[in-house]
Design a binder for this molecule. Structure first.
Ligand SMILES: Nc1ncnc2c1ncn2[C@@H]1O[C@H](COP(=O)(O)OP(=O)(O)O)[C@@H](O)[C@H]1O
Ligand SMILES: [Mg+2]
Length: 316
């Protein structure tokens, strides 16, 4: 079960393994105290300590995928796919292998240019933007195959991705960070708080290549959160996990949403997705075949048919 898109390194990415192009352009700060101006954090908003700290109500459209088509030569990997992502929800993107899930992420995050159609974040098109500009727009992602700076510590991996915008005064951006993270003043403290949030603070000083597979997956999530995304895209974050580890990870994803993030979750395992998502979009052979609440997806004959032929465990 190889995954063609993941085996191709984007043209502008370094040849080294496990390195993202975004992170690669960032210098590791000496002493890891860059651009921090103590005391410049805007005061926390009164009454912002509600359980779900989102800026606006759930339900407002955050992302629009509009008639997105991606062709690779004669192969149509995505065929006129449209769906919305609402602020504050966990949207599942599911489908059999090769359905176009990763391709959809790649188009959203600027790895692939749409053949036609568009992706809008808060009304702003990704078209014509480079990947780091798209990160800046507010998309962050993890990869189906882990990409980290292997020689750096876990802590450094998060520090290099931290978004300097925190310092500039965007209270909305601050509100999206987990509460205890946003209260921290230095990059190191923030990165530590993110490691703590994803449950691997005890490994902060280990080289990331020496971490267990599960911890590396969590580290990727911490790093993605450090860019202060409006949308966090997770590409099969539980791949290779045992059932207990999968449950733990789903709990983490729920807590990420509860902190006010919007999450797009690619997952092959339908049972897993059912338990954590608010809504599910189903792709098959590059086409959207369903877009509904988990309970309806579970009983959708087209979805069930699409999943026939995969191991029974993968079907809820
Ligand atoms: N860069 C690429 N070049 C050619 N074909 C690709 C490329 N990326 C993906 N594909 C093809 O597009 C289809 C969808 O792939 P992908 O999005 O990775 O599926 P999924 O993530 O749902 O398993 C597959 O047939 C795959 O082989
Ligand atoms: Mg994939």
């Amino acid at each position: 079960m190889t995954d063609a898109s993941e085996n191709r390194v984007p043209a502008d990415a370094p040849g080294e393994e496990i390195v993202t192009d975004d992170a690669a352009s960032v210098e590791v700060p000496e002493g890891a105290q860059p651009d921090i101006v103590p005391g410049e954090d805007p005061p926390l908003v009164e009454g912002a300590e509600s359980e779900r700290e989102i800026e606006v109500e759930v339900g407002e459209k955050l992302v629009e995928v509009k008639n997105l088509t991606i062709r690779f030569g004669g192969l149509t990997a995505l065929d006129d796919v449209s769906f919305d992502i609402k602020r504050g929800e966990i949207l599942g993107l599911i489908g059999p292998n090769g359905a176009g899930k990763t391709t959809c992420f790649n188009a959203m995050t600027g790895v692939y240019k749409p053949t036609s159609g568009d992706v809008l974040l808060e009304g702003q098109s990704v078209k014509g933007r480079k990947q780091h500009q798209i990160t800046r727009l507010g998309f962050a992602r993890t990869f189906q195959n882990i990409r980290l700076f292997g020689e750096m510590t876990a802590l450094e991996n998060v520090v290099v991705g931290l978004d300097a915008r925190h310092r500039t005064s965007v209270p909305g951006a601050l509100l999206r960070l987990p509460r205890h993270v946003r209260e921290e003043k230095s990059s190191v403290d923030r990165a530590m708080a993110l490691l703590d949030f994803v449950g691997i603070a005890q490994h902060a000083q280990k080289r990331s290549r020496d971490l267990s597979y599960g911890s590396q997956r969590r580290l990727e999530i911490a790093r993605a959160l450090g860019t202060d995304p409006k949308l966090l895209c997770l590409d099969e974050p539980a791949a290779g996990f045992n059932p207990a580890e999968k449950e733990d990870l789903m709990a983490l994803i729920r807590s990420i949403r509860d902190e006010g993030y919007t999450v797009l979750l690619i997952e092959h395992d339908m049972k897993l997705v059912m338990g954590v998502t608010d809504r599910i979009v189903v792709l098959e052979f590059g086409k959207k075949i369903a877009d509904d609440l988990p309970a309806a997806i579970r009983n959708d004959p087209r979805v069930i048919a699409a999943y026939l032929g995969v191991p029974e465990d993968d079907v809820a």
